[in-house]
Design a protein. Structure first.
Ligand code: ZN
Ligand code: ZN
Length: 746
């Protein structure tokens, strides 16, 4: 390079809506460089011109900056620019990245609580480093006029900040203040206005303190909140939400979170990150108040992320904060929805007039004990729509599953997972699904060339795809699970996959769920599976989990135990269903086996929410592990391609007869399943293993399996960026589209 030179730099990655251009502007100014920066379809481009040393320094500082981007630089003709400018976005046919919602930053927090600041106590304070993004976007590019902030005209003070490249609010699209921006209002459940602005906040806090339930509009939707230290308020919320047992998430300040739960450094980083998800933490102690929130050994905790949350949390440091929906319905995001759906639950509504364009629930993450590896349980607010760097093929849309649905769309070399949609059996979730697909395709400007859906014809998502598209390709559920891990980690070569979940349609028309899958780089096939047993009553077995136990006891000729364990229940009818093959379905489901053991141990005979039996069984195993760390296990057999657990159940019953503690039996059962996995690895000579399916949300099973396989020098991978449950299968379906097209050519 000559002494005076000009360089064109392309930044590809998340550089829009995150303060990139002001950063570049200031950096160029500091180094006396001229030129410009502008957003483009791929990210941003910069031309800097000046002394060579300064240009080099500029590049190195840029590369060290916090932005998640890759930079390429090439010398270009010097044009003798007279200043450094931020130019209008370059119009390109490819749409730009679009950013995820960001939790309030510390600088804004300082201002929010500073009496002299002009945004003191203002619920919509934000800057270029924080605030709503995805949730307010109507269309791209991400400019104020394309967001729900368009209707608020900036006051002179806000506009000056917005136009000043040296200001933290330079081009902060949702920039606002109490003079010009959105406002909060408090209504009672009959939609009568109680108060507005700061008075509304004060009143809401007063009501929360007095044990009332308040629906609070946040970033991606409403929360139903109550004072979590008030056990009666929590009980009232449970009663009104018709959710007697399923854990509530809480919102707390970090001090309270640490007082109640163990928080390691990974968890603390995640809690305080700009994504601000719910982190599943281990409770420190058993106490009534915590048990009312979650009967499990864990508690889902998030910190305040919107300014309004911070203002409330400052007064009430511990809030139950559950999604503002009726059971299994979509999160309410609009006022009319909230009033309609939540008026039987909430006493008051703390709402505001900045519309939520894209609703998204709180995301949920968890960390593997010891290793600090993060897994996502629900991928939504904060993570969406930031794309995954997974290059599948251009413009594929994948439907996902029917439970905990997320769908996905690919564009160029990126994969965009949708926000959490939920269970599609529910009609309003189905509307949300259709609406979100339409929006996401339009945001990304993708007209999907390839469409993928689950092989189960009864899935609402499959039906939707079959109606909407000519010929969607079908993917078997458990192959999609394993493919999601392969896609996430870009795995090559032969993979042995363990897909353990509740249920999914298999290639033989039966309900699979305990599957050992081989991927040879081109095709998936079933290598082995749990021995089939019957589900008397079909889907009922996921709630009445004793049915799985009765079925397995019957299968293994332990009939005498059935009335002993389930004498008060209608076990005779269940057995009859199996014997007469009426309303009884063969399954290889691992999830149902966990349920069965939970029921046999009388830990749970019914599951009030999904996987309640398995979670309680896991908690029991952890207790034993912490106390005794026993490595004992039960026998099992792998006969050809069938895993036979008869000996396992024989051992469990014998331990029960010998009055062995349930916690220990539970741990031995977990150890057994881990050994099933290692035995299969040996049998199939596995070098690389993928674990997926909802059963692997069992942290004891996952972490111990991973530990054991790594000790054996087997490479083991599991879902981290998409959920191991059905929320991740859209990614696997999309990945398989690549194989299908490869196969077509062969
Ligand atoms: Zn900020
Ligand atoms: Zn203003």
């Amino acid at each position: 390079m000559k002494k005076h030179c000009a360089v064109l730099i392309k930044a590809v990655g998340v550089v829009q809506g995150v303060g990139f251009r002001p950063f570049v502007f200031n950096l160029a100014g500091k180094l006396h460089l001229y030129g410009f920066v502008r957003n483009t379809g791929f990210g941003a481009e910069i031309i800097v011109e000046g002394k060579k040393d300064d240009v080099v320094k500029f590049l190195s500082d840029l590369k060290k900056s916090k932005f998640k981007a890759e930079y390429t630089a090439q010398e270009t003709a010097a044009k003798r620019y007279e200043n450094f400018r931020i130019k209008e976005s370059k119009k390109t046919p490819i749409l730009s990245e679009f950013p995820s919602d960001l939790a309030m930053c510390n600088e804004c927090k300082k201002e929010l609580f500073s009496k002299n600041d002009r945004r003191h106590n203002y619920s919509f304070i934000n800057c270029v480093n924080c605030g709503p993004r995805f949730s307010i976007i109507k269309k791209l590019p991400y400019d104020r006029k394309n967001t729900s902030m368009a209707k608020f005209k900036m006051c002179p003070a806000c506009l000056a900040e917005y136009n000043n490249p040296k200001n933290r609010r330079f081009h902060a699209q949702p920039n606002a203040c109490s003079v010009c921006g959105p406002q909060i209002s408090l209504f009672d459940k009959n939609t009568k206005l109680i108060s507005v602005k700061e008075k509304a906040l004060k009143d809401a806090i007063k009501f929360l303190k007095s044990g009332k339930i308040v629906a609070v509009k946040g970033i991606g939707g409403y929360h139903l909140m109550c004072d979590a230290s008030n056990i009666n308020a929590v009980k009232l919320l449970r009663k009104r939400k018709n959710r007697p047992y399923k854990p509530f998430a809480v919102m707390a300040d970090i001090k309270t979170a640490k007082k109640l739960c163990r928080v390691n450094k990974y968890e603390e980083n995640e809690l305080t990150s700009s994504k601000a998800p719910i982190v599943i933490l281990e409770k420190k102690r058993k106490d009534k108040k915590l048990s009312a929130l979650s009967a499990n050994a864990t508690l889902g905790v998030m910190l305040a992320y919107a300014p309004i949350h911070h203002l409330i949390i400052k007064e009430i440091p511990f809030l139950a904060a559950t999604s503002g929906n009726r059971s299994d319905e979509p999160l309410s995001a609009r006022e009319d929805e909230a009033f309609k759906n939540l008026s039987q639950i909430a006493d008051y509504f703390l709402t505001h007039n900045r519309e939520i364009e894209n609703r998204s629930d709180d995301s949920i993450v968890r960390f593997l004990p010891n290793s600090g590896e993060k897994i996502i349980i629900r991928r939504s607010r904060g993570f969406v729509p930031e794309p995954l760097d997974i290059n599948i093929a251009d413009s594929v849309i994948a439907a996902g599953g029917d439970l905990k649905n997320n769908f996905c769309i690919t564009r160029n070399a990126k994969t965009y997972m949708s926000q959490f949609v939920g269970d599609l059996a529910n009609k309003s979730n189905m509307d949300f699904y259709a609406e979100s697909i339409k929006k996401m395709a339009s945001f990304l400007d993708v007209n999907p060339k390839t469409q993928m859906c689950d092989a189960h014809n009864g899935y609402a998502s499959s039906q939707y795809f079959k109606n909407k598209f000519q010929k969607p390709k079908i993917v078997f559920h458990h192959y999609a699970h394993i493919a999601s891990v392969i896609a996430e980690h870009n795995l090559k070569g032969n993979i042995l996959g363990f897909a353990f979940d509740g249920n999914g349609l298999g290639e033989d028309g039966k309900i699979w769920g305990g599957e050992i899958v081989i991927f040879d780089g081109k095709n998936f096939s079933r290598a082995a599976h749990l021995d089939y047993f019957n589900l008397p009553g079909g889907d009922l077995c996921a709630q009445e989990i004793w049915r799985n136990a009765a079925s397995l006891l019957h299968k293994y000729n332990f009939d005498s135990y059935i009335p002993k364990f389930f004498g008060k229940l209608n076990w005779r009818a269940a057995v009859k269903m199996i014997d007469s093959n009426i309303n009884s379905f063969a399954t290889s489901s691992m999830g149902r086996v966990f349920d069965a053991v939970s029921a046999i141990l009388n830990i749970k005979t019914f599951a009030a929410f999904e996987a309640e039996g398995a979670i309680a069984l896991e908690d029991a195993a952890w207790r034993a592990l912490r106390k005794n760390n026993i490595a004992a296990e039960y026998d099992f057999e792998v006969k050809n391609d069938v895993i036979d657990l008869k000996k396992t159940f024989t051992g469990i019953l014998s331990d029960l007869d010998n009055k062995i503690q349930k916690d220990i039996i539970s741990l031995k059962f977990h150890n057994t399943i881990i050994s099933v996995i290692t035995a299969c690895c040996k049998k199939f000579n596995a070098k690389t293993v993928a674990l997926s399916g909802g059963v692997f949300q069992n942290m004891l099973l996952l972490s111990k399996t991973v530990e054991k396989l790594r000790k054996k020098k087997i490479k083991v991978y599991f879902n981290q960026k998409v959920p191991a449950n059905d929320g991740g299968i859209a990614l696997g379906q999309a990945y398989i589209s690549k194989l299908a097209s490869k196969n077509d050519k062969i």
